[in-house]
Design a binder for this molecule. Structure first.
Ligand SMILES: *[C@@H]1O[C@H](CO)[C@@H](O)[C@H](O)[C@H]1NC(C)=O
Ligand SMILES: *[C@@H]1O[C@H](CO)[C@@H](O)[C@H](O)[C@H]1NC(C)=O
Ligand SMILES: *[C@@H]1O[C@H](CO)[C@@H](O)[C@H](O)[C@H]1NC(C)=O
Ligand SMILES: *[C@@H]1O[C@H](CO)[C@@H](O)[C@H](O)[C@H]1NC(C)=O
Length: 564
């Protein structure tokens, strides 16, 4: 939780439209008036205590063909627990690990995108990260959409699926459009071929999808364009089925010659080809080292050995001393000298006739192509079918995914305004929170980012540092595990790491001790006063919120002026 000094909190309370309670934490800005300004066919969900009892319906569908497939994942409306932003800011949270979750909200009126722009935007906060799971949103078709809460499942027809999905190394922001093939009467999924990567951070990320009536699309992450192009560009989408398909009734003839090369039957073995030459021979150029002693033997009878008393030559045979290495041979070879073996340069092996091109070869057999009977041309994929509901239908191994500020409408400007008002100041608070609870990169930005683009650049660096830190923790953990199982071998085999971790341990001990010293001296009253940096940053955030609020106010005034 963020705490502001009472004086600055009072300043916000008086000058801004932000409620600051007795705890002096930053409350969620009041959007009541802003929401009223949104276009009548815009859907905007910020979530409140009554969302689950009024607007959103949890599905408990089961899949008939596989009885294990049950939607029993729990949902809840709650405040963020990790890196909280605004106080009293509720979101929709995926509660269960390793479970199917489905929830949807019927739209107040049918969303019709014919010859119009579609803007879909929502916040995702991966409070526990995302090992394996989806965090995407679906726009459900009106026809055949869920009509009661038990029916929303992965077969429910949808028009758009958009958002993060990650499992292991696969990480993408899905963008899938479902289009009806008018010939087959079946819906086909059209995937964005080169989807951007989703952001795996424990602060909020803003995902925006824009589809324009001129067939241009745009995916923004934290307000930055992550992918943009045309729905009709085959580089991004294969909207149309292939023009030609292989003829399923075409079969390979029995007499088709497949072998491209055959042995040359006219070739004869050359006279000088000696098949009897061995592969390895003695090296003819090897010379016996001058100090090699062929007369001495490598092993000698141990001169110090004594015949045991119990030895009975009659019964045990003649006693011989055990053999030991000849001490005279320590510095040179002894015994019969043999030259080293080398590869025989004359070796040719068995002669086989060379291969020649097969004059009968007809090439690789391929099915004939025929025109695809199911081909159709989709010239207007941005004209989606009617959308009746918005929902999440997810399977995830990782819980605590929080969704917030869902917008579906026709206005890019409205989505940007929502981002400016909610996401930017919230992320600021969250990053302040995360910097106070997480090991922080050394290079902090000079000043807090003030636009979406700066924020996303900063986030990128931060994400990389965080990833590196997680990797470090992982390898440290692995090292400690090995050490626990087999301390000696671990130290011998991984001396560099051992040294490194000892240094890290000692350093953190010293730093930790230093922090304690500061805390104790603070309590005793001699320490430095409260660090300045935090308050400075907080003030800058307050300014930021102030700016965006002024922006809303002026926007509201503007609209009202227009109305009058
Ligand atoms: C909760 O949100 C819904 C939908 O946005 C809204 O209609 C309702 O008035 C809100 N309720 C409260 C108590 O704010
Ligand atoms: C959607 O809008 C288009 C153009 O305004 C209109 O022709 C069409 O009838 C509408 N569809 C529905 C289902 O309302
Ligand atoms: C090894 O023995 C042979 C004959 O027994 C002798 O001619 C030769 O000099 C001996 N070589 C060495 C190195 O003692
Ligand atoms: C959102 O904020 C940015 C940066 O402050 C500004 O350039 C943009 O015009 C704002 N957008 C809207 C729709 O208010």
């Amino acid at each position: 939780m963020r705490f502001l000094k009472a004086s600055s909190a009072a300043a916000i309370a008086s000058s801004l439209a932000i409620a600051v309670n007795a705890d002096t934490e930053i409350e969620h800005p009041n959007f009541e008036q802003f929401t009223k300004q949104l276009s009548s066919d815009s859907f905007f969900e910020q979530f409140n205590e009554s969302s689950l009892s009024t607007r959103w319906k949890i599905s408990h569908a089961t899949k008939k063909d596989t009885e294990e497939f049950v939607y029993n994942g729990e949902w809840s409306i709650e405040e963020s627990e990790i890196n909280p932003g605004f106080k009293n800011d509720l979101g929709l949270v995926v509660k269960s690990e390793a479970a199917h979750h489905a929830i949807y909200a019927p739209l107040p009126s049918i969303f019709n995108n014919t010859d119009n722009t579609l803007v879909l935007q929502y916040e995702v906060k991966l409070q526990n990260g995302l090992n394996c799971g989806g965090a995407y949103i679906k726009l459900l078709s009106f026809e055949g959409g869920p009509d009661d809460s038990n029916e929303f499942n992965n077969d429910t027809p949808y028009q758009i699926m958009f958002g993060p999905d990650k499992c292991g190394m696969t990480n993408k922001v899905h963008f899938i459009i479902k289009r009806l093939n008018p010939i087959t009467g079946e819906y086909e999924e059209k995937h964005l071929q080169t989807p951007p990567m989703s952001r795996i951070v424990k602060t909020s990320s803003l995902y925006t999808l824009i589809i324009k009536p001129n067939q241009d699309f745009e995916i923004r992450i934290n307000g930055q364009v992550a992918k943009a192009g045309s729905l009709l560009d085959p580089h991004y989408f294969k909207m149309d089925p292939p023009l030609e398909i292989e003829d399923p009734n075409d079969f390979k003839p029995d007499d088709w010659i497949d072998d491209e090369f055959i042995p040359d039957l006219n070739a004869v073995k050359p006279d000088d080809w000696d098949e009897s030459e061995p592969i390895m021979i003695d090296d003819p150029n090897a010379i016996k080292p001058s100090n090699w002693d062929e007369n001495a033997s490598e092993l000698i009878s141990d001169p110090n050995a004594i015949k045991p008393i119990y030895w009975d030559d009659e019964e045990d045979g003649e006693w011989t001393a055990p053999k030991i290495l000849n001490p005279e041979c320590e510095n040179h070879g002894c015994g019969p000298w043999l030259p080293p073996r080398i590869k025989n340069p004359k070796y040719k092996g068995k002669w086989t006739p060379p291969l020649i091109e097969n004059p009968e070869y007809k090439g690789e057999w391929q099915r004939n192509k025929i025109p695809n009977p199911n081909y159709y041309h989709d010239s207007n994929p941005s004209n989606l079918e009617s959308i009746g509901s918005i929902g999440f239908e997810l399977w995830t191994m990782t819980n605590s995914i929080l969704f917030d500020n869902i917008y579906l409408g026709h206005s890019i400007k409205e989505a940007e305004e929502i981002g400016n008002l909610t996401f930017i100041p919230k992320l600021e608070l969250e990053e302040l929170e995360s910097s106070s609870t997480m090991p922080k990169p050394k290079f902090e930005p000079e000043s807090p980012p003030s636009s979406l683009s700066e924020i996303s650049a900063f986030n990128e660096i931060y994400e990389q540092v965080q990833e590196a830190f997680e990797l470090f923790l992982e390898s440290a953990y692995d090292f400690i595990n090995c050490f626990k199982n087999d301390p000696l071998n671990t130290l011998i085999n991984r001396p560099g790491e051992a040294f490194f971790y000892i240094v890290v341990f000692v350093c953190s001990f010293i730093i930790g001790f230093g922090i304690w010293a500061v805390i104790i001296s603070l309590i005793v009253g001699f320490g430095p006063s409260t660090p300045e940096v935090e308050t400075e940053k907080e003030e800058e955030i307050v300014e930021l919120i102030e700016e965006s609020n002024t922006a809303t106010e002026s926007k509201i005034n503007e609209t009202e002026a227009i109305k009058r």
